[in-house]
Design a protein around this ligand. Structure first.
Ligand SMILES: Cc1cc2nc3c(=O)[nH]c(=O)nc-3n(C[C@H](O)[C@H](O)[C@H](O)COP(=O)(O)OP(=O)(O)OC[C@H]3O[C@@H](n4cnc5c(N)ncnc54)[C@H](O)[C@@H]3O)c2cc1C
Length: 334
């Protein structure tokens, strides 16, 4: 059986690995991507904090995606490979002044090891005046380490990686039996999907090895310590913007807000500016599609993870492979 996966970000790579760990392990798998080294996944801080608006087709399916994904990363965290795979545990606070709903998360309680209200004296840990807070412990996946680690695992099992833009899914027929479409924002054009909306983000990578805790404040302010003493400072959410230009004014505003929240950051050197486009879809699309134009080739979509694709990718990967298996069962009955 010949399978093409389109997309070399976190969704495409984890889906390919899931295929290799399923009954498709003997399939001939090729990953096509316009780029393997410059994806939205490379920009993400990689914190496992799924937003309240994140949504699959049903509540139960979405909950399973989140749980499967957490367990996937947590198993790597507990293994000797955690450091080279870029997975670690991190704790942090979310603070808000205006509204208690801002500090509540519907997916994390009962999943992560620690999730509780912040105590009043913990509001004093940072600058600003806060009325509400949550403390939690979760996972972090550093994609600049995790994507190369996953790529190596795929190559060891014979998966081929080809840098190539796919202009139409039809062009893969009849060479492939099954296509899994993990193109993130690229699906807007590949599938003419107008429900996929770009939400631009901008972050600064700052050397601040003394910061060991995450902090979130209002106005999309966040400080997330990653590997090698580098913190991700954010952020920005610009709806319907696909610009990858670094905006100096947004950088200045991010620094001002983050430095106010954690004043010691003022001494942190900015080493990189990054922008990325979150592929937002009200319902993340993980479903099969059969169309006469594909001929006998089957297609499963897996895109639209918005601002939560790093943390949820292994969960939707399992679900995409489930649909691929359903296709196999239905064709074997013909
Ligand atoms: C500033 C910022 C911070 C973020 N922080 C977090 C976070 O802390 N936690 C979290 O979980 N998520 C976070 N995210 C969201 C996360 O980055 C995305 O949800 C995730 O990267 C989406 O992964 P993906 O594989 O679908 O897309 P991408 O990483 O964009 O990969 C898409 C792939 O498809 C390829 N492609 C597209 N079109 C075609 C085509 N026609 N032919 C061939 N190849 C094609 C691309 O080249 C690429 O390889 C953040 C995003 C931003 C912008």
């Amino acid at each position: 059986m010949k399978i093409a996966v389109i997309g070399g970000g976190i969704v495409g790579l984890t889906t390919s690995l899931e295929l290799k760990q399923s009954e498709f392990r003997n399939a001939d798998i090729t990953i096509f991507a316009s780029s393997f080294n410059d994806t939205t996944s490379h920009v993400a801080a990689g914190l496992f904090r799924v937003g309240n608006a994140f949504s699959g087709p049903t509540e139960d399916v979405t909950r399973k995606w989140v749980k499967d994904a957490y367990e996937y990363y947590d198993n790597i965290r507990k293994s000797p490979e955690a450091a080279i795979a870029g997975i670690t545990e991190v704790s942090g606070y979310i603070f808000a002044k205006s509204n208690p709903n801002l500090v509540e998360n519907r997916w994390l309680p009962g999943l992560v090891p620690v999730y509780r209200k912040a105590k009043i004296d913990e509001f004093e840990l940072v600058g600003g005046e806060w009325n509400y807070g949550t403390f939690f412990t979760t996972l972090l996946t550093e994609c600049t380490l995790h994507l190369p680690w996953t790529t190596l695992k795929l190559q060891e099992t014979g998966v081929k990686l080809i840098e190539k833009k796919i202009n139409s899914i039809n062009e893969l027929s009849p060479s492939f039996d099954l296509v899994i479409n993990c193109t993130g924002m690229g699906a807007r054009y590949l599938c003419n999907d107008r429900r996929l909306v770009p939400i631009r983000g901008q972050v600064a990578k700052v050397k601040a090895p003394w910061i060991k805790t995450c902090f979130y404040g209002e106005l999309d302010t966040y400080i997330i310590p990653g590997f090698n003493g580098i913190c991700t400072l954010g952020g920005v959410r610009s709806f319907e913007s696909e610009s990858n230009v670094i905006c100096p004014h947004e950088y200045a505003a991010i620094r001002e807000r983050c430095n106010k929240l954690v004043p010691s950051l003022a001494k942190g050197e900015t080493i990189k500016h990054l922008t990325g486009i979150r592929p937002h879809r009200e319902t993340v699309r993980v479903e099969p599609e059969q169309s006469p134009s594909y001929g006998k080739m089957k297609v499963v979509h897996n895109y639209g993870h918005g601002g939560y694709g790093v943390c949820t990718a292994p969960g939707t990967a399992k679900y995409a492979v489930h649909w691929a298996k359903e296709f196999q069962i239905s064709s074997s009955k013909l």
